[in-house]
Design a protein around this ligand. Structure first.
Ligand SMILES: C[S@@+](CC[C@H](N)C(=O)[O-])C[C@H]1O[C@@H](n2cnc3c(N)ncnc32)[C@H](O)[C@@H]1O
Length: 231
């Protein structure tokens, strides 16, 4: 079974040999790949709606993994307990929704669990939530899929790890440690967004405190962006 580059990047962040939960699974491509490749012995694939779970039924049958993957109707993690899986994946959803789902779950602070995120937008909100709640981002990667850059990162609860995070961290995550062309492209988009926002706010004489914070962040992003943008 072959995954898209985006989902393959997510699959690579899942630990070998663990039970995995894929929240918002749709076709269940990710858990079907993880189980059929032998990386994971079992999985739970959940979705908010029945339609996507019907797609998942077909995928599991096609790849002969119906016995090892449980399908579950659930709004976020509402239908889960910590005992359901070791690694929990949230891929293909917006960052705002991911934060909402995390914020209303009271059993996340378990050092043995891994949480893997592939937000389609507002990754900075997910990173900010993690930092504010005692989680540490362990690894982060970027890839191109059909010419669009995507990021994925995994986190664990580690309240004793309290480094001084710069304000720019939520916009960059751990991408400077795994810098490739897709990461540069993604960081360039973040840079352009923030610069345009600061310029527009400044021109309109609005939110001076936010403008000051953005002006502090931009030099941290600058070394990682695509060269043409700097000129
Ligand atoms: C774009 S698909 C992503 C599918 C797959 N995870 C991927 O990355 O390719 C988003 C899926 O999330 C589901 N979803 C949206 N809100 C959800 C929620 N609150 N709880 C569980 N699933 C949700 C949708 O029904 C949809 O199937």
């Amino acid at each position: 079974m072959k995954l898209s580059p985006r989902l393959r990047m997510v699959a690579d962040l899942v630990r070998e040999g663990v039970r995995v939960a894929d929240v918002g699974t749709d076709h269940a491509y990710l858990p079907a790949f993880l189980v059929s490749s032998g990386k994971c012995p079992a999985a739970v694939a959940s979705d908010l709606r029945e339609g996507p779970l019907m797609n998942a039924v077909a995928t599991l049958a096609l790849h002969s993994v119906t016995q090892q993957i449980e399908l579950r109707l659930s709004d976020g993690l509402d239908g889960f307990t910590a005992a359901d899986a070791d690694d929990f994946v949230f891929a293909g959803m917006g960052g705002t929704l991911i934060v909402e789902l995390l914020a209303r779950t009271d059993w996340l602070c378990d050092r043995t669990k891994r949480y893997i995120f592939q937000p389609m937008s507002h990754a900075e909100l997910v990173r900010a939530f993690l930092l504010q709640n005692g989680f540490r981002i362990l690894a982060e990667h970027a890839c191109f899929d059909e010419c669009r850059p995507y990021v994925a990162f995994c986190a664990a609860y580690d309240p004793d790890f309290r480094p001084h995070y710069r304000k720019s961290y939520i916009w960059m995550g751990e991408l400077p440690q795994s810098l490739n062309e897709a990461a540069r492209y993604y960081l360039t988009k973040q840079y352009i967004y923030l610069k345009q926002r600061a310029d527009a706010l400044e021109k309109a004489a609005l939110l001076p405190d936010e403008v000051r914070v953005i002006r502090e962040i931009l030099p941290d992003l600058s070394p990682y962006i695509c060269k043409k943008t700097k000129e």
